[in-house]
Write a protein that binds this ligand. Sequence first.
Ligand code: PBG
Ligand code: ZN
Length: 321
Amino acid sequence: MIRMRRLRANSSIRSLVRETVVTKDDLVYPVFIKEGINIKEPVGSMPGIYQYSPDRFEEELERIISAGIKAVLVFGIPVHKDELGSEAYNDNGAAQNVIRTIKQKAPDIVAIADVCLCEYTSHGHCGIVCGNEILNDETLEPLAKMSVSLAKAGADIIAPSDMMDGRVGYIRNALDANGFKNTIIMAYSAKFASAYYAPFRDAAESAPSFGDRKTYQMDPANGREAVRECENDIAEGADIIMVKPALAYLDVIKDVSYTARCPIAAYNVSGEYAMVKAAAINGWIDEKKAVMENMTAIKRAGAKIIITYHALDIARWLKEF
Ligand code: PBG
Ligand code: ZN
């Protein structure tokens, strides 16, 4: 008889044949940095996650370092928003300041800078708006200026999350022209217009004031188009591509992994985090087991890099094993 259970007989055999193992090296921890002083504000829809002002972020940086997490994704939240999102490329902005601090205090931490205008525009859209339209080409220059400003602050990786066409190539050229030819681009390539972003928009104060993001983010129904988005970004010079969200799009991660030959990242987004947390707080699931199962699924699907709000918890659990 073919006995599949032979290889499940005990924990040593099981770990010998285990195909997928998640480690701390795979994880990126997103952080929300709000302009101001002495801010540590809990995000209501994301238990355990806070907005920090640059001065207070140093406590969080200590926690990140002692947990052994090696990469952070920085989102900045400005006090002043305008139509054009001009604070995005203020060299003294909250994100720029925190990136400088990270690279001074912990140069080995990989500082990833999210690049998008939605936290900086008064209308909350990811690009320049004219009437009800989100303009594509007019958005490229502010994104490039933001990228250069963040690279100047010390960002190791620039991560454009806006979904404008042609932005990866445009940003690559701007980085190269300004002396940042070694700065990595991790493109949010297959980013879907998802309901799972809702808690993030509380955290980043970036909800659109009218309409939705469906003219620039992808239709959740389209898998083949996601592969094309990834191919385009690779052709434009992306070093790393990303699928977002992760858990509802594991098939997309898998499809992309068959063709792409660069590292693949997946973003385990705010709504996915909030669902697990809510169930765990109610005692309906075992948080540690559910989170590790989700992480394993994302890696098994083909992502090497996992961006997750669970990162600090996971690092702690991995120490316990
Ligand atoms: C927008 C952006 C979003 C997220 C990161 N950057 C989504 C959006 O508002 O459309 C979502 C991240 C998350 O949900 O955790 N540039
Ligand atoms: Zn945006």
